[in-house]
Design a protein around this ligand. Structure first.
Ligand code: NAD
Length: 499
């Protein structure tokens, strides 16, 4: 008997009413573990109504009281993080330690959100003119929505709603329909932490729910994280409906390995960055750019035994380094890309395609794959694979490597491995990428900085969390005031001067 999930609307579980459901799988076993309701526009409407009714009261709640709710919620998530991680592992497939790490990164955003009252403080200037004072403040937008991907079912929602709620907005989350249970746990715990009904709502669904969110006149802003084609669609459709939109998309993150790099350190870092979470991370490194053939040959030699020793298994196996891919469709897509790479003439140094695990024959497991001599015209270089496939590209020199990175359509993350401070500084300045690592393979900014790429990895003007998140979820208002005492009367049509 598989469980049937509900939506979470106005502080309570709401069974799906559309008669459309999706299957949620345990990808290690290839078995359905739950059914998720797929909302119609009517169900989105009832979530918007609940959020809109709660909005004025929540906006008027003093920021410190809102922060106390987030603080109580943080305590609950902290004390139950293993439960949350287990659910992430069950529905996503990533190994438990990795799931736990992602929950911890989400908790860091909660910690940041507890301090948001400090960031909502405005500026005040006394006497901008004679007897005239001016102050500015940041006010919430009202009802806002978040649409999230499968690869971080707890962390990516936590990039969004704690900041939005702490800023005084009410929130509707449309999580990925592939691993939706984590969102429901967060909703229940937020209510338990004292969050008023209607402030946080979860509506499950697919394109129909997303389209209803994008078109709804009472939703002021939409945050999206997912693949680039959908990010672009969400951005343009949301903007056409007058909304503020931040839409984070896909990635193809390069790591440039310079001839002076500590090669062992670089290859160790590449293993974690390429194969951690089976490559299903938007900050995964999927391209290693070796400067010169000598570096390329040495890198391949160093990587090979390390990759061969990666243990693939179900996420619940404490010995496993890498779990399965999220769905059968995604498994087919990743496997298909490895076939394409071979057809394109790249050298498949390690082939993980035919991995079979005893007892898990129906799971969506693929072993780590390594390609050498990949070139920028190949599809496996240009397109996001989102699986455990690392491509080594050989560039003649640093300038060619920089140009290659800058010409790629994506601009999420990049890393350079070098001992040369000048080269690292010049690279960090000139590279057309939003998040840059120097000897750091996955340069994910901490919660009080902001997360976001450039080019076709982010549509919109704001990155997530940190000050960028606060700016996204608030409107600036500036009040200029003068009190009647001593004001001269009389009509004056000239341009206002503060003198
Ligand atoms: P996806 O684009 O398929 O889905 C993301 C969300 O959009 C889901 O909630 C889904 O229900 C919805 N959606 C899917 N198809 C839709 C459609 N046709 N119309 C409207 N909505 C639709 O992405 P995914 O497969 O869940 O996640 C993986 C992708 O997310 C990868 O491309 C990865 O790089 C990206 N990602 C990016 C970041 C980042 O910060 N840039 C972070 C995590 C994941």
């Amino acid at each position: 008997m598989t469980a049937t999930l509900t939506h979470w609307i106005n502080g309570a579980a709401q069974p799906g009413a559309s008669d459309r459901f999706g299957d949620v799988y345990n990808p290690a076993a290839g078995e359905v573990v739950a059914r998720v309701p797929l909302a119609s526009s009517d169900e989105v409407e009832s979530a918007v109504q609940a959020a809109a009714e709660a909005a004025p009261g929540w906006a008027a709640t003093p920021p410190i009281q809102r922060a106390r709710v987030i603080f109580a919620f943080k305590e609950l998530v902290e004390s139950r993080k293993e439960d949350l991680a287990r659910v992430v592992t069950r529905e996503h497939g990533k190994v438990l330690s990795d799931a736990l790490g992602s929950v911890s990164r989400g908790i860091e955003v909660l910690e940041f959100a507890c301090g948001i009252p400090h960031l909502l403080r405005g500026d005040y200037t006394q006497s901008v003119g004679t007897g005239v004072d001016s102050f500015s403040s940041r006010q919430p937008l009202g009802v806002v929505a978040g649409i999230t991907p499968f690869n971080f079912p707890a962390m990516v929602p936590m990039w969004m709603f704690p900041v939005a709620i702490a800023c005084g907005n009410t929130f509707i989350l449309k999580p990925s329909e592939k691993d939706p249970t984590a969102a429901m746990m967060l909703a229940e715990w937020l209510t338990e932490a004292g969050c008023p009904d209607g402030v946080f709502n979860v509506v499950h669904g697919d394109k129909e729910a997303v389209d209803a969110i994008l078109a709804h006149p009472d939703i002021a802003a939409v945050s999206f994280v997912g693949s680039t084609p959908i990010a672009e669609y969400v951005y343009h459709t949301g903007c056409a409906h007058g909304k503020r939109v931040q839409a984070l998309g896909g990635a193809k993150n390069h790591a440039v390995v310079m001839p002076d790099a500590d090669l062992t350190m670089a290859s160790d870092a590449l293993i974690g960055a390429a194969y951690g979470s089976a490559g299903e991370r938007c900050m995964a490194v999927s391209v290693a750019v070796a400067i010169g053939d000598k570096v390329g040959d040495a890198l391949i030699e160093d990587l090979k035994p390390k990759i061969e020793s990666i243990k693939v298994g179900p996420g619940t196996d404490g010995e496993a380094d890498m779990g399965p891919l999220v769905t059968k469709a995604h498994y087919d897509k990743v496997r298909g890309y490895v076939d394409i790479g071979v057809e394109e003439g790249a050298e498949l140094v390690i082939d993980g395609r035919d991995l079979s695990l005893q007892g898990y024959e129906n799971g969506y497991f693929i072993g780590p794959c390594l390609f050498d001599r990949v070139t920028p015209d190949m599809r496996i270089y240009k397109e996001e694979i989102f699986g455990p496939v690392l491509s080594v590209v050989r560039a003649p020199d640093y300038d060619a490597a920089l140009q290659m990175v800058n010409e790629h359509e994506f601009g999420n993350g990049v890393a350079i491995f070098t001992r040369d401070g000048d080269a690292a500084r010049e690279f960090a300045n000139k590279v057309e990428i939003g998040m840059v690592g120097v000897n750091v393979p996955i340069p994910v900014p901490v919660a009080y900085h902001s997360f976001g790429g450039w080019k076709r990895s982010l549509f919109g003007d704001h990155a997530m969390h940190g000050m960028e998140g606060v700016r996204f979820y608030t409107k600036l208002k500036t009040v200029t005031s003068r009190w009647p005492t001593g004001i001269r009367s009389g009509v004056d049509l000239s341009f206002p001067m503060m003198s």
